[in-house]
Design a protein around this ligand. Structure first.
Ligand code: BES
Ligand code: ZN
Length: 633
């Protein structure tokens, strides 16, 4: 054990030493990092005392009260007593009310909630007694629990029943379950959930396909998962089967539309398996949420949560499903050990997503995704600063909000790095490596240093030429976009750019060659037209392509941005409608930021937010408020 730790420290020091060499400037900055790095297995975002106390299994027994907007019940943690010598158990909580704690023999345990720590919440300290097999915590959530969005019937598609759903990643499971809330800590769970009759309940577990008569539901999750993958949804939800292991859940009002959009998902699971090995989670279902959902998708095991903004009607946004499905390998099966290693979840997943997309729709198509991703990466680097340590793949988030790491560095720099490794060593060899990686680390966690060690041992050692071409340390422990970043082929975007030129040179919109354009071509077109665009030209585009009224939210978002920049006021009512009725942070952020650039825009933004606020998830509210009221954050 000691030997391993010693070797590990040596290894990280060597990696960092070589990182310092390749960056060969700012020595003092790197010295500071060296100190942090030695402690790199530590998860700064949990106050639980795992692995001192080993928690094997969670038994949840809760009821959902829509009137009071609280979840109330108890959580029983089964302790692994074999290696137990700790006198205390610490769990994460955030804004939870703890009523009592009881041991398995029925006696009461002493407990206290420690003072809250910024970002982390209050640790719950439970004094253990010898031979305790379990502790049951009686608790309730508070009205503003970060993970929970409570929707009134008017905020749903069906308008006749309330809705509740959770978003636990990154550290918000603790706001609805007292738990060891770090990605490196896994447990199995079962749950009993009681809701008003007539509502369906779903979790990241084995799920029902029909509503129960009495509003009581039982769940089982036998595969160990980290707390950030705990999920719950309650509402008027129906189910439609796609094939024998995939299906879709949605409110009855949109179930057919959702089914149509996801018809090909069964095939997608097969494609993913043919790339990186068996799907290990039994069923793969998708739940389409009401429009307040703050994300595109969330990879809750067995049940991806996704935004209704993906329902474009033509399957053109299903890469989002490919992404969440890919997390069944990268993230859910092999999990980033801490939020500093977030790129191991998201970078791998974007790479895998694009491989699924390439296998399904061809290389030309996926090259567009790579290029749009590269544009996003450039924007992220510009935003964070090209020398910023936040542009390293390996992050340093101690004492910081872990969601700071939620940028395109993890997604796009991470996936570009893996793309580079693939291009360097060849696809066949790389796929074999990834297959082994997933099966060798299944149901385990991994940090960046461990991954690099594995990469060297399993792939790069003995190939100095590959190492020199890839320059791993420049990517992982260095800023910005390295020079050897792969450049995608631009077959289809070159054609788009010809049309941009034609349009700029005065060609009427109706004469542009846009037939057969996919969402991505439109995104490129609208992103790349230099702005501001004259009102006449905006009008011409709008009248020809009906962009203000598009049902495709990816296109709408960019078009509305151009409309704001060009002061194309005809689109403003629709922009207002969009901001009030979409909760997806990725769309809200750029529009609110753009509005904040002018005094009139600021006024409009604040007016809109007043109406829209209650439609947004607490996390999206936090995000938008940091844009509208910068001093308050
Ligand atoms: N796991 C993420 C969402 C997430 C990350 C939530 C970190 C909270 C903290 C999910 O898989 C994701 O990446 N969603 C993207 C999808 C896109 C990349 C296709 C989104 O929501 O936009
Ligand atoms: Zn993801």
């Amino acid at each position: 054990m000691f030997m391993n730790r010693f070797l590990y420290c040596m290894l990280t020091s060597i990696i960092l030493w070589s990182a310092c060499q390749s960056n060969n400037s700012k020595d003092s900055k790197n010295q500071v990092l060296l100190k942090n790095e030695v402690d790199s297995t530590k998860d700064w975002h949990t106050q639980s005392n795992f692995p001192k106390v080993n928690l094997k299994h969670l038994s949840l027994d809760i009821s959902v009260d829509f009137d009071k907007k609280i979840i109330k019940g108890n959580a029983t943690w089964f302790l692994d007593t074999t290696a137990q010598n700790a006198k205390r158990l610490f769990l994460d909580t955030r804004d939870l009310q703890i009523d009592s704690v009881v041991f398995n023999d029925g006696t009461k345990a002493d407990f206290r909630l420690e003072n809250p720590v910024e970002f982390l919440g209050s640790a719950l300290r439970i004094d253990l007694k010898d031979h305790a097999k379990s502790v049951t915590i009686f608790y309730q959530t508070q009205k503003d629990a970060t993970a929970l969005q409570w929707l009134n019937p008017t905020q749903t598609f069906g308008k006749n029943a309330p809705f509740l759903y959770t978003q636990s990643e990154s550290i918000y499971a603790r706001s609805w379950i007292p738990c060891p809330d770090g990605p490196g800590i896994r447990f199995t769970y079962d749950a009993t959930v009681k809701v008003p009759t007539g509502l369906m309940v779903l979790m990241s577990a084995e799920n029902p396909q029909q509503k129960s008569q009495d509003g009581i539901y039982h769940f089982k999750m036998d595969q160990a998962i980290p707390a950030y993958l705990m999920a719950l949804a309650v509402g008027d939800i129906s189910f439609k089967s796609i094939d024998d292991r995939t299906g879709v859940y949605a409110e009855p009002a949109i179930i057919d539309k959702a089914y149509h959009e996801f018809e090909d998902v069964g095939k997608m699971v097969h494609t993913a398996e043919s790339l990186y090995g068996p799907y290990r989670w039994g069923r793969y279902d998708i739940l389409v949420l009401p429009s307040g959902f703050p994300l595109g998708g969330m990879e809750n095991p067995r049940l991806t949560f996704c935004t209704p903004t993906i329902l474009a009607g033509d399957k053109s946004l299903v890469n989002l499903i490919a992404h969440e499905l890919a997390h069944s390998w990268s993230g859910n099966l092999v999990t980033n050990a801490t939020w500093n290693d977030f790129w191991l979840n998201e970078g791998f997943t974007v790479y895998f997503e694009r491989r699924i997309m390439e296998a399904t729709y061809g290389k030309d198509y996926v090259d567009m995704l790579w290029e749009l991703g590269y544009q996003d990466l450039e924007a992220a680097v510009a935003d964070l600063g090209k020398d910023s340590k936040d542009t390293w793949l390996r992050l340093y988030l101690k004492d910081r909000d872990p969601d700071i790491g939620l940028t395109d560095i993890a997604y796009e720099k991470g996936s570009a790095f893996l793309h580079l490794v693939e291009l360097t060593v060849g696809r066949e060899i790389f796929d074999k490596f990834l297959n082994n990686y997933f099966s060798n680390h299944a149901f385990q966690t991994i940090n960046t240093a461990q991954f690099l060690d594995y990469l060297n041992k399993d792939l790069l050692d003995g190939h100095e030429d590959w190492k020199n071409q890839i320059k791993v340390n420049e990517w992982v422990y260095g800023p910005g976009i390295p020079d050897n970043c792969p450049q995608p082929d631009r077959v289809r975007f070159i054609k788009v750019e010809e049309q941009i030129k034609n349009f700029q040179n005065g060609m009427a919109a109706k004469l542009l060659k846009t037939t057969d354009w996919s969402t991505y071509e439109w995104m490129h077109f609208l992103r790349q037209i230099p702005y501001p665009i004259t009102i006449e030209k905006m009008k011409d585009l709008d009248e020809t392509f009906h962009l203000t009224q598009t049902g495709n939210d990816e296109i709408a978002d960019i078009w509305f941005l151009q409309a704001l920049r060009s002061n194309y006021t005809e689109a403003f009512p629709q922009i207002k409608y969009f901001l009030i009725n979409t909760g997806r942070e990725k769309f809200l952020e750029p529009l609110y930021k753009e509005l904040m650039k002018t005094p009139e825009g600021k006024k409009m933004a604040k007016e809109i937010y007043k109406i829209a606020k209650e439609n947004y998830h607490p996390l999206a509210q936090k995000d938008v408020e940091s844009i509208l009221f910068p001093k308050n954050t």
